[in-house]
Design a protein around this ligand. Structure first.
Ligand code: GSH
Length: 213
């Protein structure tokens, strides 16, 4: 397959949850990569050279040989496919759909709601924080995590009994939920799953130990 032997370069700051997913996956499968700080306080992502690679001006962007890939979940699928990581991303259509719907749920449903909560606390100076706004976002996150809790009551990981890309897509956002100063309902199944992630070194290295900014 083209570029299969080429190395990976990830453009993006390690504080971005979308960069974290990619770094976490690469570490899980033992793929060496180079990461270049871009975005946030590092900047560079609105410059012409970067926009030529990723017209959205956001991180991450993956460079692999001659190829340039953007959208973090697409990057996860690309890396898994070319690395033949069939447990993380099986070829069977139904198994794939099970995983991909949770990746899409992260991107289209949970991600935006989680980002609003994160921004209303971490990205807002303390004196400007609005308790009613934080509460609105907290409640919506709690509602969505109830869905996840229900699913995790049925099997060990998000998309079944195997650890897959679905866990990697959602993990960094659940990490934020458990570490923001908000009240949380008792979601025992999500807690057990999250505690399990915290026992994985790649998760600790690329998600858990990175400070919130
Ligand atoms: N859907 C995109 C979202 C990418 C995105 O919004 N990245 C944020 C960081 S999480 C970003 O680049 N923000 C601007 C910046 O960091 O300067 C993906 O999953 O790759």
């Amino acid at each position: 397959m083209t570029n299969q032997g080429s190395s990976f370069t990830v453009l993006g700051r390690n504080t971005s949850s979308n960069v974290q997913k990619v770094m976490w996956l690469l570490a899980e499968i033992g793929q060496v990569c180079t990461r270049v700080d871009m975005g946030g306080s590092y900047g560079g992502n609105r410059e012409e050279a970067y926009l030529k690679k990723n017209p959205n001006g956001v991180v991450p962007t993956l460079l692999h040989g001659e190829e340039t890939i953007w959208e973090s979940n697409t990057i996860l699928r690309y890396i898994s496919t070319i690395s033949f990581e069939s447990k993380l991303y099986p070829a069977r259509a139904l198994a794939r759909a099970e995983i991909e719907r949770w990746m899409d749920w992260q991107l289209g449903t949970f991600g935006p709601v989680n980002a609003l909560l994160y921004q209303s606390i971490i990205r807002t100076p303390e004196y400007q924080r609005q308790p009613d706004v934080i509460e609105k976002h907290r409640a919506r996150n709690a509602e969505l995590l109830g869905i996840l809790n229900n699913v995790l009551s049925q099997h060990k990981f998000v998309a079944g009994d195997e650890f897959t890309l679905a866990d990697i897509a959602i993990g960094p956002l659940v990490h934020r939920w458990f570490n923001l100063p908000v009240e949380r309902p008792e979601y025992g199944f999500v807690r057990t799953w999250y505690d399990g992630l915290c026992e994985r070194k790649p998760f600790v290295d690329h998600v858990r130990q990175i400070a919130f900014v």
